[in-house]
Ligand binder design. Structure first.
Ligand code: LMR
Length: 398
């Protein structure tokens, strides 16, 4: 069956990790996949999760199926995180949340749902965007267009061009927006710019699909939800794909959520019925463990507080690594101003390193960076920062 078939190319991000694992160089550094590492280079299980898991094992009596949409208490906790506990959206019942297998699963369920009821709608993504966005929506048979986002000259958002493009998006189309910690650039819109985007969505009638995989990695849990609150206040239809992979470190538990917000509770409940139908023919119902662990943390005052502290630690370590990289390059006399790396937010830096340099770093130094120059700052540690800075300096001078 496969004799005449060409092998598929390795995944742009996860394929790098496969290659990294096979690399025998003891100095190798993985700055590819967006996974948090502590200063010892390990991806820790958060302490709040360890405690929650112990509690779960004590009280669990069954491994019976979850409902198609997941545990309702998990969904309620996700909504509190996304909108704030006192949100009108929650009180009015016009948001419906399902537990998805990770943020990727949320995007795919949302894509399938939208394709079913809006078959001619096209998807718009930022230039650039997460490498898998086009794959997910392409697999759901969407035609995909780009809107301008990053300006490599200013190392900032090209907001005028972005807004002009969004003003021309037809009302039947869907616009994918990164709520915070834009992947891959690390460059976000300001509050005022978000207000303008919300106004355009409201005026033009296209459907915003918010990708919110990094809540808490920008400025904090509450601060980062500000954009979602703006869309909620507009009273329009929109979707949010969120994830606990990064902020609760639940990567391999595939713990995400898709939230569909509608202008009314009646419409939201119709949306939920179709969400369930979409899920049933896909993976039937979600895996339980990650969602139950997340719910346990979010429901318990002391564990929640511990989580906020652990999240702040992760966020602050990444910010320290931004400075260490910029200062390390400057100390080595590398030409050019890399200070923009300090202004970016979240796990990633769109470093400006060319694909040629990216290939050179991998081949000569076993340093793995995503094509396009995206660096995962959380892969830097006090143990490898000098090696990485030396290597980049050498590459840029070579
Ligand atoms: C990333 O962008 O590296 C992460 O979101 C992991 C992934 O699935 O690509």
């Amino acid at each position: 069956m496969w004799k005449e078939i060409e092998a598929a190319p390795a995944d742009a991000i996860l394929g790098l990790t496969e290659a990294f694992k096979k690399d025998s160089n003891p100095n190798k550094v993985n700055l590819g996949v967006g996974v948090y590492k502590d200063d010892q280079g390990t991806t820790p299980i958060l302490k709040c999760i360890k405690t929650a898991e112990k509690q779960l094992i004590e009280i669990q009596t069954t491994k019976g199926y979850l409902p198609i949409s997941g545990d309702p208490a998990y969904a309620a906790n996700v909504q509190k995180l996304l909108f704030g506990a006192d949100s009108e959206v929650i009180a009015s019942g016009r948001a419906m949340t399902i537990h998805s297998p990770g943020g990727t699963g949320a995007l795919r369920v949302g894509a399938d749902l939208l394709k079913k009821f809006n078959p001619d709608g096209k998807l718009w993504v930022s230039t650039p965007t997460w490498a898998n966005h086009k794959g997910i929506f392409g697999a759901a048979k969407f035609e995909i267009n780009d809107y301008p986002y990053y300006n490599p000259e200013t190392k900032d958002v090209n907001f005028e061009a972005m807004l002009a493009a969004l003003e021309n998006v037809p009302s039947s189309d869907i616009v994918l927006l990164h709520v915070c910690c834009h992947n891959p650039t690390g460059v976000d819109l300001s509050n005022d710019q978000w207000s303008q985007v919300v106004s355009v969505a409201q005026a033009k009638g296209w459907i915003p699909f918010l990708d919110f995989a990094y809540q808490g990695f920008g400025s904090g849990i509450g601060e980062d939800r500000g954009t979602v609150e703006k869309f909620a206040a507009a009273g329009i239809d929109f979707l949010v794909a969120s994830s606990f992979s990064k902020n609760l470190g639940l990567y391999n538990e595939r713990t995400g959520a898709l939230t569909v917000v509608s202008p009314s509770a009646a419409e939201a409940s119709v949306a939920m019925s179709h969400l369930k139908a979409t899920i049933r023919v896909n993976y039937s119902n979600p895996p339980a463990h990650g969602g139950l662990a997340a719910k346990t943390v979010l429901d318990d005052e002391a564990l929640y507080k511990q989580w906020v502290g652990e999240l702040a630690e992760m966020r602050e370590r990444i910010i320290e690594m931004r400075s260490a990289l910029v200062d390390g390059l400057a100390a080595r006399g590398v030409e050019g101003d890399f200070s923009f790396i300090k202004r970016q937010r979240g796990m990633f830096s769109f470093s400006g390193l060319s694909d040629e340099i990216v290939i050179w770093l991998r081949k000569n130094k076993s340093i793995y960076v995503v094509k396009g120059g995206r660096i995962n700052l959380a892969g830097l540690t006090s143990g490898n920062i000098d090696y990485v800075c030396d290597a980049i300096a050498e590459a840029l001078k070579a």
